[in-house]
Design a protein around this ligand. Sequence first.
Ligand SMILES: NC(=O)c1ccc[n+]([C@@H]2O[C@H](COP(=O)([O-])OP(=O)(O)OC[C@H]3O[C@@H](n4cnc5c(N)ncnc54)[C@H](O)[C@@H]3O)[C@@H](O)[C@H]2O)c1
Ligand SMILES: O=c1ccn([C@@H]2O[C@H](COP(=O)(O)OP(=O)(O)O[C@H]3O[C@H](CO)[C@@H](O)[C@H](O)[C@H]3O)[C@@H](O)[C@H]2O)c(=O)[nH]1
Length: 439
Amino acid sequence: MKIAVIGTGYVGLVTGVALSEVGHTVTCIDVDPEKVEKLSHGIPTIYEPGLEELIKKNIGQGRLFFTSEHRTGLKEASVIYIAVGTPQRKDGSANLDYVEHAALDIAANIDRDTIIVIKSTVPVGTNFHIKNLINKNTKNGIRVKIASNPEFLREGSAVKDTFHGDRIVIGSEDRETADVLAEVNKPFEMPIIKTDISSAEMIKYASNAFLATKISFINEIANICESLGANVEEVAKGMGLDHRIGPDFLKAGIGYGGSCFPKDTNALVQLAGNANHEFNLLKSVIEVNNKQQILLLDKIMTRFGDISGKRVAVLGLAFKPNTDDLRESPALVMIPKLAALGANVIAYDPIAVSNAKRQLGTEIEYTEDLHSALNNADFTVIITDWPDVKKIGLTVFNKLMKTAIVFDGRNCFDLSDVRQSEIEYYSVGRPDQAPELIY
Ligand SMILES: NC(=O)c1ccc[n+]([C@@H]2O[C@H](COP(=O)([O-])OP(=O)(O)OC[C@H]3O[C@@H](n4cnc5c(N)ncnc54)[C@H](O)[C@@H]3O)[C@@H](O)[C@H]2O)c1
Ligand SMILES: O=c1ccn([C@@H]2O[C@H](COP(=O)(O)OP(=O)(O)O[C@H]3O[C@H](CO)[C@@H](O)[C@H](O)[C@H]3O)[C@@H](O)[C@H]2O)c(=O)[nH]1
């Protein structure tokens, strides 16, 4: 089938590449000509394991194309995916400007009746609004059908998630549209949930809100564990073995970040508010997360009192490992606060440094070398659980730092190893007085 995808961010690019990999002919359209230029030459514009090979392979096999011109890209497409950003507005609601622009681009350029699939995360009601917007602006009586097909990929494992995800959700206005999209998605061999459009839109927000709730819940338990002398990792293990709870998304730390959980939880609170429902549970989830992101700062200030002039190694800038994305990373909260308190920050990340310079400025020092970050540091703050940080021998802290004091926001090290080491160590939900593991 001939498919067009509008937007080549994480979702658009991975969607376009995956659809071409399973045999469709796909043209990805982006308004950013620099992205299009790179992608046309097989150069990925995002860091995502496994993606480059797939882009190159499918370009080579003549199934994957990139363009910045909607007219060329939409020509003869039977299905058009919209995968543009839906960032957060100041009041927390989803900004639909990009989706509306994409709709007008479609209306101005399609040459036949088409199915429009919204992959972007959008509030309930948006699909019908976009359908009406397109149909109002098409020429020659062309009409579109609309379908909601929310995306569940995670950054850093986007390719794996796309080919081995848990489900594909298709919300459509009629059976015929659902059947066409089921056919498009059949090669992925995943359970397909066919439902109505509003429910599909809500499934996406509810899923992200639930996962964020799990994280804030375990973070609250972690904070209570610290006061009571229990170990949150043992608690999470014991809880997660109950299949009704499950082991995933129970890792305590400095809170969730990324391009989705923060904005989608805020958008759902707004959406509920518009329906006169005060979503108090989700509001608390957000509040807990905001506090959690600066939890280490409280520990640092309790330990030092004053950090001006201290050299601080910040390990990790990305909001999670395997991505160079800093959107809503706790690093964006912690580093300015450390700098404002007079600390000299040297920040390490293996791949996110150039993105960080754009967002955090060049006033702090950056390095892509873990060891040089630690050199002569007064204390270390771990923000991202990069594998090389987790694998570092604890003696390295003693060897390289002025004083081996480590504030670990991701519980990277086993407490038993820490106890045998000579580092001073603060983690999340695992207090000093947590009992030694005897089994
Ligand atoms: N990033 C994720 O991991 C993820 C996962 C699931 C769902 N989502 C949702 O998917 C959507 C896209 O997210 P993203 O992170 O890929 O976005 P992004 O902002 O990284 O990328 C969007 C791309 O669309 C392009 N664009 C904007 N308007 C355009 C237009 N009219 N025509 C052509 N191109 C246009 C931009 O230039 C940009 O390259 C959002 O709604 C997001 O919430 C994201
Ligand atoms: O037990 C956990 C799991 C995650 N996190 C944090 O939560 C954030 C989000 O992590 P993750 O969900 O792995 O990454 P995303 O790429 O943001 O993916 C989420 O957001 C996407 C965009 O909507 C959805 O498609 C995915 O299903 C959903 O997992 C990160 O800061 C993680 O460090 C924790 O603190 N503890």
